[in-house]
Every structure is written in C-alpha cells, then in structure tokens.
Design a protein around this ligand. Structure first.
Ligand SMILES: [Zn+2]
Length: 124
C-alpha cells in the first residue's frame, strides 16, 4: 500500500483530484455524480458508473464481471444501496486504485488496465 487515502466526503465534496501520486498512466480521478471520471495521460477519458464499477469488483469475494473476465461461475454477491456509493480510494503501487465503498467493502484492486477494459466494454 502506498500513498494516502483519498476521501470523497468532507471538505472535498464532489470531486477529488489526483496529481502527485499517479506517476504512470493516470492523470486524474474525479467523482462526478454517480460516475467516476478518469483522465489518462494519453488524453483518453473514461467514465464508469459506480454501479458498473462495484459490480465489476475484481476481489475474490465478488469475482468481477463474468463477461469481462470470461468466467461462468460467479459467487452470489449481495448489494445494498450504499454498496454503490464510493467513499474514497487508495492508489496502489502506481498501477491500480483500491476503491472503498459505502458498505465498507474495500478489497477490490482495480488496475488501470482493468478500468480501461471495463470502460470499453461498458460502452459497447
Ligand atoms: Zn469485491
């Protein structure tokens, strides 16, 4: 784990900007309404709804989206309304974001590559 945790609540209400802690592909991350807007260093912009992100949580308990990862079996996951509320995130190793959700779930590590893949499959 590297870097400090970033909160979406508190003094930064509607958005938070990453700058100093993302040395690689990611330029900035912003929470806009129910979407996470990610700006990449190559100029691409990715918008992912929080629900899409949560349902695609790559942790072992959630198993990610079967159509993204090509899995058939998927453990049952129960979601609450607050499961789709993003509380904050922690940058992980310069290659991923660990998202923390309103229901306390925070074991999903979303690599940048995974986020980009999710975005392209969500837009098809
Ligand atoms: Zn998960």
């Amino acid at each position: 784990m590297s870097g400090s945790e970033h909160e979406f609540s508190g003094r930064v209400k509607s958005g938070i900007i990453l700058n100093e802690i993302m040395p690689l592909d990611l330029q900035r991350v912003e929470l806009i309404g129910q979407e996470l807007a990610i700006q990449w260093k190559d100029g691409e912009e990715t918008f992912l709804s929080l629900e899409t992100l949560r349902r695609a949580c790559p942790c072992a308990a959630c198993g990610g989206e079967p159509d993204v990862l090509g899995r058939v079996d998927r453990p049952p996951v129960r979601y609450l309304p607050e499961s789709f509320r993003l509380e904050g995130f922690v940058p992980v190793g310069g290659y991923a974001l660990q998202l923390r959700w309103g229901d306390g779930h925070s074991t999903g590590i979303y690599s940048f590559a995974y986020l980009r893949r999710l975005a392209s499959s969500a837009n098809e």
